[in-house]
Design a protein around this ligand. Sequence first.
Ligand code: ATP
Length: 481
Amino acid sequence: MSAYHQEGPTTSNRINCGRCKRKLSERDTFSLLNLLQILDSTGSVLQGATIKKDGSTGAIVVARIMRGGAADRSGLIHEGDELREVNGVPVEHKRPEEIVPILAKSDGAVTFKVIPGSKEELEAEGTKIFVRTLFDYNPREDPAIPCKDAGLEFRRGDVLQIVSQEDDTWWQARRHGDTNLRAGLIPSRQLQERWRKETLRTLRTLRTVRWTGLRRSFRLSRKDIRVQETQIRWRKSQILVSKNFPSYQDVVPYSRKPGEPYRLVLLVGPSGVGVSELKRKLLLSDPERFSVPVPHTTRECRRHERDGVEYHFISKHMFENHILNHKFVEYGEHGGHYYGTSVDSVRTVLAESKVCLLDVEPHAVKTLYTTEFKPYVVLVKPPAMEQLRISRRRARILSGCGEVTPTRTFSDADFEDMINTAQTMENKYGYLFEKIIVNDDLALAFHSSALNIKILQCLLWVTHQSSEEDKLLVHVLLEHL
Ligand SMILES: Nc1ncnc2c1ncn2[C@@H]1O[C@H](COP(=O)(O)OP(=O)(O)OP(=O)(O)O)[C@@H](O)[C@H]1O
């Protein structure tokens, strides 16, 4: 007989938790993850449910069935079912924690008398819902989760299959591709939103405290003030993150049909980080697979150049016309001439059944975030300062020996700028990036991007769905074919 865990904060009537040896308190709901066991007709043991005392009727009801757990798979017990007896002992007027010792006394098999709940059986409509997570989550560090053992840990970028949204605070999900079929609890989108609002409120309160603190600053040690300031900074950063990042993005599986164009690969990064270098290496590595769109310019065609190869050479009047008609993904002026990449030239590459590589400013990503292009957006980031110095210095020393031929020298201020810009990009546009590549060692960064793009373009399991606010398309690699 194993453990149960309490859901919610502690109050009174403490009892021992069998698994983590914590003191548990009286609460309505208990997770009986591994404890709730019933015998079905074949005699197998079922597990994975939570029970609670119904606030209005006082009955003990099944609060949650962990999707994919044994109780769920048995199909014998459902959310909303009322527990009348456990091992022949009536439990109608008992509290959830009083039921635990009854279960604990049983030797192996446990029998329940269950009155089916009126709730309609949950038809797994949720099973088709996929989300991409936009934050890291560790249930062990979440003081709010009702049961840490029932939580699902995930990393930003993981694809989760939402299997139950019944509870609008805690959803049940499983990581896509996990062999473990049992679902875990994750904070719902509504909970994340509530958290965001609370954080904003706390920040306002903290500001007041800070001013109050200043008035009586002679009583606050410098350390206290530092702690307060750190808290404010931390909360500010959380708010920044929560403001700019939706908590989950809805995604759906998509598979490329033969003959359909490849997803557009967009490379984004601060100036000097190595986006052009990576693009160049990808092109050289497989010219049959990768290509880049031919840009437009208003400058004169040079002798060795051919129209439509190096550039599309067009008149200033025509270029401005294209600008007015939103034909460019991006354009700019240099040396008195216009340069730009048109949407049509991207289409031309895709029509040739090639993977189109394009480096753009992050704000331009949004214009290409469409079902037509299904972009795979990669942020190229610099490593930390010391590594950045070392790798760029090493490249200069090794120049001429092959791998990298540095064309630029950087000062520490350039490096700092690069790091800060990358951070700003991540904060502001993080939800657009499907892959983040740290360009420390160029060869490694190249292999990582090549591998990812290849996997992506070969496997062709991507997803798209409009997110709540931006109505953007989101694509996620879902499965290895
Ligand atoms: N991992 C690396 N290690 C060492 N040097 C690198 C690395 N990646 C790029 N470089 C060098 O850094 C310089 C800038 O790279 P690159 O031109 O690709 O930058 P970029 O991101 O395209 O910036 P911009 O858009 O301003 O041109 C080049 O000299 C390149 O050779």
